[in-house]
Design a protein around this ligand. Sequence first.
Ligand SMILES: N[C@@H](CCC(=O)N[C@@H](CS)C(=O)NCC(=O)O)C(=O)O
Length: 207
Amino acid sequence: MYKLYYQPGTASFVVHWLLIELDLPHELVLIDFSSNQQKSPEYLKINPGGVVPTLQIDNKNISEFAGICMYLVDKYAPGVLAPLNDHMDRAAYNQWMFYISNTVQPTFRNWFYADEFGTPELTKNITQKKLEAIFTRCNNHLNDGRKYFLGNQLSTVDFLLTMIMRWSRNMPKPADQWPHLGQLATKMKQMASFKTLNDREGLTDWD
Ligand SMILES: N[C@@H](CCC(=O)N[C@@H](CS)C(=O)NCC(=O)O)C(=O)O
C-alpha cells in the first residue's frame, strides 16, 4: 500500500493520477497548505524540502514528482507508459521527463510564488514570457502529426505535461490555446483516470 502526501492540483497531482491509472492501492494524506502544514516539523521529517508530493513506499519516503512517476511506471507499466531502458525512445523519454521537472516546473514555481522575490510583478512578467516560450517549444514538438509527446504511444510525459497545462489555466494565454497542446489536453482529459482524479481531489476548474 502506497501513501501519498498531497495537496489538490499541485505537483502531487500527477503522482495521484498514475496511482489511479495503474490501479495501485494507496492511501491519501492531505497536507494543508492554508495552515502551512508542509513546513511543520512533522512533515519536514518526511520531506525536508517542505513540499508535496511525497510517496511513502515500504516506510521509505520518496520525493520529486518526476522521479516518483518514473519509479511507478518502470515497475508497473514498463514498455507501456515508458519505453524500456534499452529502447531508443528511452533517451527522448528521459530528456522530456527531465526537461519538465528541471526547467518547466521550477519556472512555474516562479509564477506561483512570485511574492518570494523582491519584485513580484517583474518576476511574473519575465516568467510569463519564459513559460510561453516553453509552450511554443512543446507545441512545435507536437507539430509533425504525432498523437502524443513521444509519438503515437501515450507515455508518462503526456501525464506530466497535462498537469503543467492545467497549471497555466489562469494565465493570460493558457497552454491549451496552443493548438497541438490543446488537442493533447482534450485527449488526456477524456481518460477515465483523469475524471476519477479530479473527483477525488475535488477539482472542477479544468475538466
Ligand atoms: N522539486 C519538487 C517540487 C515540488 C513543489 O514545488 N511542490 C509545491 C506544490 S506544486 C509545494 O509543495 N509547494 C509548497 C511550498 O513551497 O511551501 C518536485 O519535483 O516534486
